[in-house]
Ligand binder design. Structure first.
Ligand SMILES: Cc1ncc(COP(=O)(O)O)c(C=O)c1O
Length: 428
């Protein structure tokens, strides 16, 4: 073994020993804490990243490329374009679909239908590209965009639908793909909460032109920060590769046509379009490769928690609504969202206060009804209907942890605290 290998092994052993000694994120009945998120990574990922750092080859390169291939192959996408966040993935998707070189591209003033219950950066790229978000309501049972509301919102300027698979629950893809086909609408799937969610045997991200995923720390698997765009369309993939990095040609699969036209420019510095720098690093790439094989076990844990919570909390089902899995779908259960019925004589603030005092973290569901967020006052958009279900989720909805480190004991603790809360209010 070389000196280099020996030193590297020493470093790795130390990292493993450190993690073994200090990284215990499991639930402890004697010191109960249920955080919204716990890390999905440990010594294996940290050591892979340390090795990349020690190599000094850190900017986007072969590790990112390998991860893109592994991710795309795992789910059966033709192309994966990794970038530095789910928000960047949404930006890149809309940038590619709006680019003047893209066939039938979206144009300023075109309308794109989005669910009211979504995330800020689901909608921001539309506005940034001069598109007009048309905000429609959700189905209160699945919490996903209501296909009937999509149909109702379609007007002469409608060109696309950008949906969100809320908390990993897949939208009604049969109905939505049918609507998009009939009205010739571009479909973009924001799958940032729905890694490894499936519908009718197909993974999310596979139903439209582009799907986007997030690998943020709190998601099903992580690359620290990170995201990926997936598509089966080579032209869109190439466009995203160009826009991701400076507008240059370096990462495209088939540069030949550009090279033939621009023989007098150094191909390493051939700028063929506008661009950003949304690249992921090699650390993120290698993190992804180590995390990906573990993804299914994390999702299974979240699914088991969902089933467990639903079963235990069903005794309160006259007061609390649970998100229901879409028929034909396999949700990847991102968090455990609940909505208080009108009959519940308490607020989410009351329940959160009780749970937070018991060291159980809670949060609102995504950004609630996005049309009610102050940002939307600044920019042109269209609202269809009263958005009452999304507003209700904003006012009466909340969620708590449902991640891979939550186990039966943690669930019993959370459900026990909810029972205590109900009993103190004479509801037990
Ligand atoms: C639906 C949705 N889209 C986009 C994002 C943005 O992802 P990121 O935090 O990686 O930028 C999130 C964040 O969780 C999200 O929930």
């Amino acid at each position: 073994m070389s000196d280099r290998e020996k030193l590297l092994n020493d470093v790795k052993r130390s990292v493993a020993a450190y993690c073994e000694a200090f990284h215990d994120f499991g639930f402890k009945p004697n010191d109960p804490i249920v955080r919204l998120h716990e890390p999905t990574f440990g010594a294996e990922e940290i050591n892979a990243a340390v090795e990349v750092l020690l190599s000094t080859r850190v900017t986007m390169g072969p590790k990112v490329k390998s991860f893109e291939r592994e991710f795309a192959d795992k789910f059966g996408f033709r192309h994966g374009v990794m970038n530095n966040s789910g928000s960047s993935a949404n930006l890149l998707a809309i940038a590619a679909l709006s680019n003047i070189k893209t066939r039938g591209h979206l144009r300023p003033g075109d309308e794109v239908i989005v669910p009211a219950l979504s995330w800020s950066t689901t909608i921001a790229p539309l506005i940034q590209y001069g598109l007009v978000p048309v905000i429609v309501d959700i189905d209160p049972v699945t919490l996903n965009i209501d296909p009937n509301e999509i149909e109702r919102a379609i007007g002469p300027k409608t060109r696309g639908v950008m949906l969100v698979h809320v908390y990993g629950n897949v939208c009604d893809m049969a109905a939505i793909t049918d609507i998009c086909r009939r009205h010739e609408l571009v479909l973009i799937e924001d799958c940032c909460e729905a890694l490894d969610a499936w519908y009718d045997g197909r993974p999310v991200g596979k139903f439209g032109s582009i799907g986007t995923f997030s690998f943020y720390f709190s998601h099903h698997m992580t690359t620290l920060e990170g995201g990926i765009c997936v598509t089966d369309d080579l032209e869109l993939a190439e466009m995203m590769r160009i826009l991701r990095a400076h507008g240059w040609l370096r990462e495209v699969e088939k540069p030949e046509p550009y090279l033939a036209e621009n023989g007098d420019v150094d191909p390493r510095f051939l700028f063929v379009n506008l661009g950003y720098n949304l690249r992921a690093t090699e650390l993120q790439g290698v993190f992804g490769s180590v995390q990906l094989p573990k993804l299914r076990s994390y999702v299974d844990a979240r699914r088991a928690n969902t089933a467990g919570f639903q079963q235990s909390l069903s005794r309160w089902s006259d007061l609390i609504d649970f998100q229901q899995e879409t028929p034909g779908a396999r949700s990847s259960c991102f968090g455990f969202p609940i909505t208080l019925k009108d009959s519940a004589p308490f607020t989410t603030a009351d329940l959160s206060r009780h749970l937070n005092a018991a060291k159980i973290e809670t949060r609102p569901i995504i950004c609630g009804n996005v049309a009610l967020q102050p940002v939307m006052k600044l920019y042109e958009h269209r609202v269809v209907g009263d958005l009452k279900h999304s507003t209700r989720v904003m006012r009466r909805g909340m969620s708590f942890a449902n991640h891979q480190a939550v186990d039966g004991a943690a669930r019993d603790y959370v459900c026990g605290e909810i029972s205590k809360f109900m009993i103190t209010r004479g509801l037990g």
